[in-house]
Design a protein around this ligand. Structure first.
Ligand SMILES: NC(=O)c1ccc[n+]([C@@H]2O[C@H](COP(=O)([O-])OP(=O)(O)OC[C@H]3O[C@@H](n4cnc5c(N)ncnc54)[C@H](O)[C@@H]3O)[C@@H](O)[C@H]2O)c1
Length: 335
């Protein structure tokens, strides 16, 4: 199969591309190497991918509609997986325009290119942040998600809505997944696991927001990649509608799916797991909740299981250990 993936120098795109290349697929990777975090880390991921002869790297910004369309048109993908985005909840307070440009304009350019070139399956990355402070747990895809607490979440929810209209108008089979706090080797330096391990390694305090009372449904990267690959084979159509649970639209071949295991962990338990694995205590600095933070995330994995027969299962202990092993080997190179 031919996969066109955006965001392959990023954490999730890198893992997805590598796994597909190892399985013998052709992959085109489109990434603009944005300076949101260490470019050395992005370059190291890209360098690992270009070792594969069936990887085609394209350096470019999503906002460059002509380049994006030409790249998709030339590659003729069976599947497009759109992961490139301005990610991160907190940075959307500082620089909302980056989110507008990448997540709205950039995602719209993907939709336009998919419409013009045609593709068998378009897959888009959204986020658990769209649930805001959802009162009901676990979070079901059918829950109302109309009260975003950050501009990041607002742009991702807007992308979901734009994609539904394109799916309806132009008959583009579209799966939009909502990811829940993904972690693992080659992870993002702005996320908690990376920040905590770095601070502890360097003898600094770790900053614990919300007095540690938050919880997150953590998803190990290999499980997430497996779910994306599983879902790439379930092209939305009436033939695979799941009774009761499904978000498959009645107007379009469009579906929303959570990718999360449904096993939330409290922030203090998360820190304890890291302490146990690093065999050292963390020096803790308790801080209040930050603006826009949600108290908890908790995925219902029922639709994912109904569609694919499995859900993320890797334990936090195993996942943190794998991250630590990678971090120890690479901390010199990633800046
Ligand atoms: N990591 C998580 O826990 C998580 C959770 C929910 C949703 N997501 C979503 O998953 C996707 C991948 O996240 P990630 O953690 O791999 O992030 P990442 O920041 O590591 O990767 C994103 C990649 O996209 C590229 N990019 C950003 N804006 C671009 C633009 N305008 N043009 C071209 N390239 C651009 C960046 O250079 C980067 O390499 C994103 O859409 C993110 O919103 C991630």
């Amino acid at each position: 199969m031919r996969y066109f993936i955006t965001g392959t120098a990023g954490f999730i795109g890198f893992h997805l591309a590598r796994r597909l290349l190892e399985e013998g697929h052709d992959v085109a990777g489109f990434d603009g190497m944005t300076p949101y975090y260490s470019l050395r880390l992005k370059e190291a991921r890209n360098a690992a991918l270009v070792q594969f002869p069936s990887f085609h790297a394209i350096m470019g910004m999503l906002e460059d509609a002509a380049l994006l369309k030409a790249a998709i048109s030339a590659f003729k993908p069976d599947v497009i997986v759109h992961l490139a985005a301005q990610a991160g909840v907190r940075y959307s307070l500082e620089n909302p325009k980056a989110y507008l440009d990448s997540n709205l304009v950039g995602s719209w350019n993907i939709l336009e290119a998919a419409r013009e070139v045609g593709v068998g399956h378009l897959m888009l990355a959204s986020t658990s942040s769209v649930y805001g402070a959802n009162p009901g747990i676990p979070f079901h895809e059918t829950d109302k998600a109309d009260e975003p607490l950050t501009f990041y979440a607002a742009t991702k929810k807007s992308m979901e809505l734009m994609a539904h209209s394109y799916s309806h108008l132009h008959k583009i089979p579209t799966t939009t997944f909502r990811f829940f706090t993904v972690y693992g080797p080659w992870g993002r330096p702005d996320m908690a696991l990376f920040k905590f391990v770095k601070a502890m390694t360097e003898g600094d305090e770790i900053e614990i927001y919300g007095e540690g009372k938050m919880s997150r449904d953590f998803t190990y990267i290999d499980d997430l990649v497996q779910s994306i690959i599983d879902l790439s084979r379930v092209v939305p159509s009436e033939e695979n509608r799941v009774p009761d649970l499904d978000t498959l639209s009645h107007q379009a071949p469009f579906r929303l799916v959570n990718i999360g295991g449904g096993q939330p962990v409290g922030l203090l338990d998360f820190i304890e797991t890291i302490e146990l694995e690093m065999k050292m205590p963390a020096r803790r600095k308790m801080l209040p909740m930050q603006k826009g933070d949600v108290p908890r995330t908790f995925a219902s994995p029922d639709l994912l299981v109904a569609l694919t027969g499995r859900k993320p299962e890797t334990s936090l202990t195993q996942g943190v250990a794998a991250f630590l092993e990678w971090y120890r080997q690479h901390q010199q190179d990633i800046g």
